[in-house]
Design a protein around this ligand. Structure first.
Ligand code: NDP
Length: 447
């Protein structure tokens, strides 16, 4: 689909953010989906809803100085983009990875607006992070970095203002260090971060939520085509939080997961991945995926992570990073019989890959819908913090499951209402947008 009514909005996005390719990619995809919405709602066009939604409410950039184990001063850059607060406090993770820049944080924050809306919970969209590389750093270095990062970030966030969480490179350890520093400075024990430890405000099932939620969503998405995880061969990229718990749930649902990766390469184990071993390597030892071979010599390890999509599978779950499946990889997946792609990572498919899925009748679960279980459970953590009460694992998991079923229903019915019933990307973009647009319209423009 090409832009028509919303072309001038996109032109302005390009003029302002020309050097941010990931943000341009995310904005183009969403605006294309919103063309028919603009046509039906001229009052939203007149009120500048589309022009406003692509511009963050606030962008914060800051210096993060810290001292490494050798006593050398290191300087990183910190980011927090508070994109949209129409339906609730800004909410979205923090990413620590050397590739982080403002454009990446903006694409993630922009996607987060629609994802958070789809959860049905009152949370706005935001994202943050740093170009800090945690790999090879000692616990002491990670702690000092996190403390320095939070010393600045704390003045911009709060339980009713902006509630960050984890993302790539930010797990329980980092959230702990940042929460400790927030509390030290503010003297407040509040739910200002999610992904906290059990026993000090964390929610049961938050660790599992994104991966589990992805499988719950895909189970629904595949039903109309008579597909399911039961008996399916599944390839999953990454071996971090999302990949590990997607592997766990897909396996519980009867699938055989045969491959996982990290940024160095991938393992292929046709007998099915030994997940307890992967958890030990990645969660405890913080090692590399190739260490899997020491215990499973019959499995293979291939250097470079792109080749993972050449492994034949019924279902592919990209759970590593953005743009990891391009048009060629998508064509290869389809040629090898892949019938469904569910996005655990954010924007893991290029526009050419998405075109390939849609043209070939592949069931496509877009990230904003399929991986929304993580932020949904973070919002459940916020609710528990406000109530000063904790739900059981089963209770949170049951709520998560229902939320993913509801997200699928919303996406499918919006897609049907706008004339393309199986296009869950169109449906998710539209359904996520409608709630935010109504709120922005009702709240007026600041003259
Ligand atoms: P983790 O840091 O736990 O794991 C990331 C995994 O992806 C690692 O295996 C990592 O390998 C690999 N990876 C990272 N960057 C690259 C790269 N440039 N090329 C190839 N592989 C890479 O992160 P998460 O599992 O939390 O996040 C994974 C994806 O899921 C991200 O896109 C994130 O935005 C998204 N997501 C996460 C949510 C959450 O709740 N955690 C919620 C919703 C979406 P290595 O160890 O070598 O770096």
């Amino acid at each position: 689909m090409r832009l028509n009514r919303l072309q001038s909005v996109m032109d302005q996005v390009v003029a302002r953010n020309g050097n941010e390719p990931e943000f341009l990619q995310a904005a183009q995809e969403v605006l294309e989906s919103l063309e028919p919405v603009a046509e039906r709602n001229p009052e939203w066009v007149a009120a500048g809803i589309f022009d406003r939604i692509v511009e963050p409410e606030r962008q914060i950039l800051f210096r993060v100085a810290w001292v490494d184990d050798a006593g050398k001063v290191q300087v990183n850059r910190g980011f927090r983009v508070q994109f949209n607060s129409a339906i609730g406090p800004y909410k979205g993770g923090l990413r620590f990875h050397p590739s982080v820049n403002l454009g990446i944080i903006k694409f993630l924050g922009f996607e987060q607006i629609f994802k958070n809306s789809l959860t049905g919970l009152p949370i706005g969209g935001g994202k943050g992070g740093s170009d800090f590389n945690p790999k090879g750093r000692s616990d002491g270095e990670i702690m000092r970095f996190c403390q320095s990062f939070m010393t600045e970030l704390q003045r911009h966030i709060g339980p009713d203002t902006d509630v960050p969480a984890g993302d790539i490179g930010v797990g329980g350890r980092e959230i702990g260090f940042m929460y400790g520093q927030y509390k030290r400075i503010r003297n407040d024990f509040t739910g200002v971060l999610t992904g906290k430890g059990i026993g000090w405000g964390g929610s049961l099932a938050r660790t599992e939520a994104t991966g589990y939620g992805l499988c719950y969503f895909m189970e629904e998405a595949m039903k109309p085509g008579g597909l399911s995880f039961d008996g399916a061969t599944v390839v999953i990229s990454g071996s971090g939080n999302v990949a590990i718990y997607a592997t766990e749930k897909a396996t519980q649902m009867g699938a055989k997961v045969v491959a996982l990766s990290d940024s160095n390469g991938y393992i292929h184990d046709p007998d099915g991945i030994d997940l307890p071993l992967v958890k030990e390597i990645k969660e405890i030892r913080k090692g590399r995926i190739r260490e899997y071979l020491a215990a499973h010599p019959a499995a293979t390890y291939v250097d470079g992570c792109d080749g993972i999509w050449s492994i034949p599978c019924d279902i592919a779950l990209p759970c590593a990073t953005q743009n990891e499946i391009d048009g060629q990889a998508a064509a290869l997946l389809v040629r090898n019989g892949c019938k469904a792609v569910g996005e655990g990572a954010n924007m893991p498919s290029t526009p050419e890959a998405i075109e390939c899925y849609l043209a070939n009748g592949v069931v496509y679960g877009p990230a904003k819908a399929a991986n929304a279980g993580g932020v949904a459970t973070s919002a459940l953590e916020m609710s528990q913090n406000s109530m000063r009460y904790s739900w059981t694992f089963e209770e949170v998991d049951r709520k998560l499951h229902q939320i993913m079923v509801d997200i699928h229903t919303q996406a499918r019915s919006a897609a049907a209402e706008y004339g393309d019933p199986d296009n869950l990307m169109l449906g998710a973009n539209i359904a996520g947008f409608l709630k935010v647009a109504r709120a922005m319209y009702a709240q007026g423009i600041a003259y």
